[in-house]
Design a protein around this ligand. Sequence first.
Ligand code: NDP
Length: 304
Amino acid sequence: RYTFFKVQSVIIQSKSTNVSPLLPGRVTNCTHRLFCFNIMLLFSFRVIQSKNPAFPVGSHVVSNSGWRTHTLSDGTGLTPILPEWPKDVSLSLALGAIGMPGLTAVYGIEDVLGLQKGETLLVNAAAGAVGSVVGQIAKIKGCKVVGSAGSDAKVAYLKELGFDEVFNYKTVGSLEEALRKASPEGYDCFFENVGGPSSDVVLQQMKKFGRIAVCGSISTYNDSEPQTGPYPYFTMIFKELKMEGFLQSRWEHKHPETLKRLLAWVKEGKLQCREHVTKGFENMPAAFMGMLQGENTGKAVVAV
Ligand code: NDP
């Protein structure tokens, strides 16, 4: 029983073992696992032909079936859009704040960090799909939120979203000083999206018994040599830090309930979502490269 899909919109994301054939250099140069932890592309599809009653014609699903206009599927790996999806909420948010990035933010905050009211949280790549949701949820939970991002426009956007302190890590000079200035008393929690040498600097600004959720390491995905650092153990021992890597798929059983909460926050205006939309299927490679260069504020989406 096959279902036939026509692509409706495409999201550009930055993590997966599903390395695109459009980037063959990344595959042939692959010398260690990180090169393959490169991109994940989720697609929102509309069903245009179906012999599968679980996916009737006209319904919408999300899938990571590759860069394509049409897909033939037996239903495996397809996630139906929430049946109660309101007409006045854009379906493309199923790829962003009310989709995988939103789920990542919730699980990182609640299941990994266990963020508590009154605590101070730092998030980097803060204006991106995951980071912007992380900061807003932390504000909903009554926390102080510090964010870093790569342009002054992104900094201004994050202030609009209610972040308490934001800085442009590209122009700030000393990261250590910027972190101290934003929260002189240090950080209870760190939502890590970027990785690389800056992580070492952040760890030194953590409070004792601080918690770190390692969500992503985007600064290292395109490295041609394996990273040789940072070396966090000394800091971790003496600050008695807890660091945990995670994939949002660990909590797949909670996805429907969590998506409903995200949708409710969006409807209540507590969760704002911006999208960086590129038009045209043929522009997907440019959109993807742009995301890796920080062109996107909010979720990078290709509308087809
Ligand atoms: P974003 O929408 O944030 O886009 C990527 C952003 O990362 C860019 O806009 C840019 O922002 C920043 N960036 C890109 N290259 C670099 C670099 N070399 N150094 C520093 N910053 C860089 O992506 P997402 O929000 O979708 O993803 C954020 C992170 O979360 C990624 O690392 C991703 O792999 C990870 N992730 C993990 C999941 C999990 O289950 N663990 C699930 C989903 C995502 P700026 O201009 O601010 O530098």
